[in-house]
Each structure stands twice: as structure tokens, then as C-alpha cells.
Design a protein around this ligand. Sequence first.
Ligand code: XIL
Length: 394
Amino acid sequence: MHHQNKTLIPRRTVLLGLLGLIGITPSAIAKIQNLPQRQWQKYQQYQHRDFSVDRNISLGQRAADRGLVYGAAVRQPAMSSDENLAQVVAQECNIIVPEWELKWDCLRPSPTTFDFSPADWIANFAQTNGLLMRGHTLVWHDALPSWFEPLINSQNARPLFLEHIHKVVSRYAGKIHSWDVVNEAINVPDGNLDGLRSTPWLKFLGKDYIELAFRVAADADPHALLFYNDYDLDYDIPEADAKRTAVLKLLTDLKSKGTPIHGLGIQAHLTGTETRFNPQKFTTFLAQVANLGLKIMITEMDVIDQGLPREPDIRDRIVAGIYEDYLVAVLSEKAVIGILNWGISDRHTWIAEFFPRQDGTTVRPLPFDRNYNPKLAWNAIARAIDFKSSKPFN
Ligand code: XIL
């Protein structure tokens, strides 16, 4: 059976290639692939879009011209072993964020020790190259070390929590543009009051753990912008409605208590096959967040290309179209201060592991391909940033 699958895939590729040669359009190819009508229409629209870009300057420079920051998440092992990666990051970004190095399971090899060396390496790279740095993340239900669960209880949870935030934020005080203080604390389906996610912190510290985290972080670094960061806020679907409502309530409550919170981070791991992005509805949400006096950043953007057509040219156009539509909407809101991708090159992306393609082809969720050539997604980001200057509605 395995063997059969292998022979089918090339045969279909050859067929599609031949259809292309005899002048059958990409949209017709999409139709042959038997897609739902809405998806097909969207894909087709992107095949005809003009993704041209003016001026030969990096995304970081473009962003700076608009008073924004642009950047990417990086991993220390890849950065120190792959010169091309380090070079493209230094060239394109004006801000970076460690993808793993500031999470508990990296920083905390044991309950009593800290290992700051990988995060220090990244902080040093940022400083050497004149880049800003974000911190990600102090409080999360995930990426906890293996010693955590057996050890944590209602006695030690609070001191452990306070010590961690204080120690980590203090170490990088003055060097961090913004911290994701709390990550992914809302999960409405868990059924808790106010949509709070069931986490060890909620269990042992109670619902005020979020406010507490921000207060401790502000104390340790009064200059960093302090963010609440979350995902699945993007689409016009009931689950996202519920999540946006809960996040807005959380932010409203925090602000009303005088909590030192300065922004909302929107992860924006977008789904390539999802057609229900509603710019009006989404920008209304952004305006509600802005009305609380908060800044907004897109903190982890990528476009998951699982389920999109196999041909890279067709796929890249869809991914690029999704980037452009999303970012044009986002950047129409004045409270948005920056955009980060979760990685910069398809060579190093969590999507390869977490959302691989069924056909086994390389995932293409980021602005640069595996060989560090810019893709149309790069153009799309550049176009959305450039468009911000000519916005008629802001
Ligand atoms: C991911 C990393 O990219 C992976 O390498 C890691 O194994 C799991 O975490 N939301 C977040 C990020 O806030 O921290 C996650 O990063 C991706 C989803």
C-alpha cells in the first residue's frame, strides 16, 4: 500500500504539470483537485494578484519607515550553526524573540538551577546586531520541565512562580522591548469562570495569577512593555468569537484593576485552508483592544500550508495572499506596533513538525524558502507594511 501511494503522487504531479503546459490555468487545476467552492474562489483570486513591491529594502527597514518593528523568532542552535540564517535575520529584522530559550523547560533544568546560556546567546546576538528583543514567555501551561508536575503543590507554587518571574525578568531588564508575560491563558472549552484555561497556575494560585504575574514583571523591569499573548483570535467562527470575548474581558478586568499591562500579542498562526477571515470584524476587535489603552503586536505569524495545493508556485501565491489580506487589515489599526514571524525561513519552522503536509512535501509557511530566497510571502508582508502609508481610513 505504501508503494502504491508513492507512485500515485508523482503521476498526479506529472498530470498537473501537463495540464499547465497545455494552458489549463491554476484555477482549473484547483477545480480538478475537487475543493469546496469558497476555497477554490479564494485560491483563484490569489493566482491573479500582483505582488510587486517598490524599493529594494528589507522588511525591517520598511517597518521602521512606518514606525513599526518587524522581526522573527529564532533558535540558538540554528542561529549559531547556520550562517545564512543569522545573516538573513540580521538583515531583515529589527526585533527577535527566542523561540524556546526563555521557556521554563529550557531555563530550568532543575527546581533550584537556571541555565541562561542559550537565551544569553540570543540577547548577545540582538545587541551585537542592533536588534530589539522580545521575551517569550514567563507564564504558560506548556513547555514546563519534567520535574514540574510531580513537584508542584499549593505550598510551593506561589514562591516558585514569583521567583521565576522576578529572576528571569531582572536578568534581562533594560534589554527587552516587550515580554509575553502570560501566554495562552484563555481556553473557553475548559468551562472555567471567565474562559480561563485549566493550568497548574490557575489550580494552585487562583484566577488572580495573571494580574500577579504582570505586577512582578513590572517591578523587575519597569521599562519593558508587558503583553498578554494568545492564539486562535483571527477568524469569523463561533470558537474565535468566544475566545475574543473572553480575552477582551480579561484585558478589561486587568486594566480596571490598574494592572501594568501594555499590550495584546496576537500569535496569528493562520490556517491556509480557512476562508472565514473577516477584516471588518477583526479590526473591530483590534479597536476594542486599542480602546483599553493597549498596544497590539502580531507576535508569531505564519501561514500553515497543510491541505493547500502541492505545486509550490500555486501554494506560495495562496500563502502570500493570506499574509497580505491579514496584515493590511491589522495595520489599519494605529495601536499595532509590530509584526513578528515565528521563524523566517522554511528551513527552520515548527510547522514542519506540528502541521506537516500529508503529501510529504516541504512546508512553506514563512517569508524565505529553505535556501533563503525571498518568496511571495515576503512581498506580501512588504506590501502590507508599505500600504500602511497610503491608508485612507486610518
Ligand atoms: C513552539 C515552538 O516553535 C516549538 O519549537 C516548540 O516545540 C513548541 O512551541 N505558540 C507559542 C509558541 O506561543 O511558544 C509555540 O512555539 C508555538 C505556538
